[in-house]
Design a binder for this molecule. Structure first.
Ligand code: XIL
Length: 302
């Protein structure tokens, strides 16, 4: 096939991108999105600070724009994200434990109810583990006040609100086998054993020279899949350029295709000019929406 989305579909997978509502009015942005991609993730518009900046006052306007666009084009939507320490309004951190639990469950309930039936998969909890060798949980208002059980509680609440959405745990630096991914693996294994509802694990896959595509990427995806969850590459971008970057993209696509339960790949933006890595060129289209060597590599590998 001649597009990323059609080629991925021929392999039974989606090919998605992060989207910012503010760029949808740019014709080249929208036409590249509509031509090449079959799934979207709102880059910031569904985060807590965007939808509930003030307690129990919800604003879905920007996220709705993205969801409506996606629905009009038959694209999947990945919901990102319900419970995360970052882009979290200050009022959340000021709550008592009991109040925080209520607020967390209310946030999940309100947001998932608003989008019920429209979301393929939700990143229910994002980035709950520390980097480095400890395998420990990351400090956050949720972790510090509610303890380890907040993740399980968030997933149980999410399942009760929209039983048809896949529920994912999403993180970075978990792409290869290391202390951090081992800790996530132990959590997912425990959840599956105890019947805590979890359907998928997202691997952000933000790669650069200090953090390249790991040699055991496929093996790591496979060990999670073997626990009985889908795996997805959720925020792919790779710093660099030219053939080295293209080769790394090929490695990522091949890893996903080698794992039956790797259901799709999402890149973290369409064009280098709007990448969150403002100084870099980590995406598949250059600043003028030209197809890079990395694009051709992905299309060829799919
Ligand atoms: C980033 C966005 O791309 C930026 O626009 C924003 O300023 C910060 O967040 N992990 C995640 C994403 O789960 O939500 C982050 O997105 C990138 C790292």
């Amino acid at each position: 096939a001649s597009t990323l989305g059609a080629s991925a579909a021929a392999k039974g997978r989606y090919f998605g991108t992060a989207v910012a509502a503010g760029h949808l009015g740019e014709s080249a942005y929208a036409s590249t999105l509509d031509t090449e991609f079959t799934a979207v993730t709102p880059e910031n518009e569904m985060k807590w600070d965007a939808v509930e900046a003030t307690r129990n006052s919800f604003n879905f306007a920007s996220a709705d724009q993205i969801v409506a666009h996606a629905q009009g084009k038959n694209m999947k939507v990945r919901g990102h994200t319900l419970v995360w320490y970052s882009q979290l309004p200050g009022w959340v951190g000021g709550l008592s434990a009991a109040d925080l639990r209520t607020a967390m469950n209310n946030h999940i309930t309100q947001v998932m109810t608003h989008y019920k039936g429209k979301i393929y998969a939700w990143d229910v909890v994002n980035e709950a583990f520390q980097d480095g060798g400890s395998g420990a949980r990351r400090s956050s208002p949720f972790q510090d006040k509610l303890g380890n059980g907040y993740i399980e509680e968030a997933f149980r609440t999410a399942r009760s609100v929209d039983p048809n959405a896949k529920l994912c745990y999403n993180d970075y630096n978990t792409d290869g086998q290391n202390a951090k991914s081992n800790a996530v693996y132990a959590m997912v294994k425990d959840f599956k054993q105890r019947g805590v509802p979890i359907d998928c694990v997202g691997f952000q896959s933000h790669f650069n020279s200090a953090s390249p595509v790991p040699s055991d990427y496929r093996a790591n995806l496979q060990r999670f899949a073997d626990l009985g969850v889908d795996v997805q590459i959720t925020e792919l971008d790779i710093e660099g350029s030219g053939s080295a970057q293209a080769t790394s993209y090929t490695d990522v696509v091949n890893a996903c295709l080698a794992v039956t339960r790797c259901t799709g790949i999402t890149v973290w933006g369409i064009t280098d000019k709007y990448s969150w890595r403002s100084s870099g060129t980590p995406l598949l289209f250059d600043g003028n929406y030209g197809k890079k060597a990395a694009y051709t590599a992905v299309l060829t590998a799919l």
